[in-house]
Design a protein around this ligand. Structure first.
Ligand code: MG
Length: 99
């Protein structure tokens, strides 16, 4: 079994944290709307989700660069496969996504 090195582990730890922050930001929009602003923040819920999605993308870059074998090509292949599955099974696809 291949163990991860210290840097790879740190990248994966932060990636986990950022994914959890995306979950939290999405939940806030569902509960309080896009323009809601949690106490003690200057960002709207929409801006918070944008920030957390950007944080995840930054970590994706770091994970790709960390020699774990995670590649842009592998991610893009998975992304396209997911879009294809969603187009078949997502209830609102036709109404909101198909042009
Ligand atoms: Mg974050």
């Amino acid at each position: 079994m291949n163990k991860v090195n210290e840097h790879q582990e740190e990248c994966l730890n932060i990636l986990q944290e950022e994914c959890a922050e995306v979950i939290q930001a999405a939940s806030k929009i569902k509960r309080f709307g896009l323009v809601g602003k949690p106490v003690n923040t200057t960002l709207t819920n929409k801006e918070s989700l944008e920030m957390e999605l950007g944080d995840v993308l930054a970590l994706v870059d770091l994970v790709k660069a960390s020699n774990l074998g995670i590649t842009t090509e592998g991610i893009e292949k998975a992304r396209l496969n997911k879009m294809q599955r969603l187009s078949k099974y997502m209830h609102t696809w036709e109404q909101y996504t198909a042009k």
